[in-house]
Design a protein around this ligand. Structure first.
Ligand code: HEC
Length: 239
């Protein structure tokens, strides 16, 4: 248990941005080992047990790279600036969150004005800090492009109380609870060490981090520019 609790996985070097704790940044496993965590930390719905308010700026690893002097440019400068812009987008890009079962069906939350960190709220780690399972559509069949679920089984689930028919590649949390309301629900995972573990989402439906970003762009109609997509991918690749 002590051994498991002391394992920290994080990218320590990036091909473009170099060493990830250079120039005041807090990338890599050592900074991660000093990161505070407890269940409910920074919860978006007010469940932080200390009573602390939600801070959308859940990631601060690369904020120093946002101020790198362009006058002293070396080959790392612009990749580092891109990582910093990606972190800022992850914290602050407005996302109108709708149609997410487990979140938007809580009374009063049919539309949530959020960001990536509304769900990925654990500071500098990015998992959801409470065990709230939600459905962002990863198990839908047919899958929303660019997700690729070819080769996965398709389950047809009929809810006898409502007559509603679901087609999913994974019943999700409903497998545990047997409840129709839990079909397709999963939990927001840790986002560290992503670069080394393609493919993404629990069913491997996103081949690359760009596919992940393009999924969110379509799912929540973000209208991201190519630069914003590249910056988000640079950030996710540096975690
Ligand atoms: C409404 C909640 C919500 C929002 C908003 C959200 N995510 Fe997620 N995210 C999730 C959930 C839930 C999963 C797990 C889905 C699955 O695998 O079934 C996930 C998974 C991921 C993964 C895959 C990790 C892995 O190990 O496979 C990445 C990367 C990711 N999100 C990045 C982002 C980015 C970037 C944004 C903003 C553009 C974002 N998320 C916004 C809920 C959210």
């Amino acid at each position: 248990m002590a051994f498991q609790k002391a394992l920290f996985t994080a990218q320590s070097r990036d091909n473009a941005a170099g060493v990830l704790n250079a120039q005041g940044a807090g990338g890599g496993p050592f900074s991660l080992s000093n990161q505070n965590f407890y269940l409910g930390i920074n919860d978006v719905l007010g469940a932080d047990p200390t009573g602390a308010a939600f801070n959308p700026a859940a990631f601060s690893i690369f904020s120093k790279w946002g101020n790198l002097a362009s006058s002293k440019k070396d080959s790392y400068t612009s990749p580092r600036q891109s990582v910093a812009r990606g972190e800022d987008l992850f914290n602050h890009l407005p996302i109108t969150i709708t149609g997410v079962a487990g979140l938007n069906d809580i009374p009063g939350l049919s539309t949530v004005a959020g960001t990536c960190t509304s769900c990925h709220d654990s500071p500098n780690v990015g998992n959801h800090s409470v065990s709230l399972a939600i459905n962002i559509g990863i198990t839908d069949s047919p899958a929303l492009p660019p997700l690729d679920t070819t080769g996965l089984p398709v389950y047809q689930l009929v809810c006898t109380s409502t007559g509603r028919v679901y087609q999913v590649t994974d019943p999700g949390r409903a497998m545990v609870t047997g409840k129709c309301a839990d079909i397709g629900k999963t939990k927001g995972p840790i986002l560290r060490g992503l670069a080394a573990r393609t493919p993404y989402f629990h069913n491997g439906s996103a081949a690359t981090l760009m596919d992940v970003v393009n999924f969110y762009d379509t799912r929540f109609q973000l209208n991201l520019t190519q630069q914003q997509k590249d910056d988000l991918v640079a950030f996710l690749n540096a975690l």
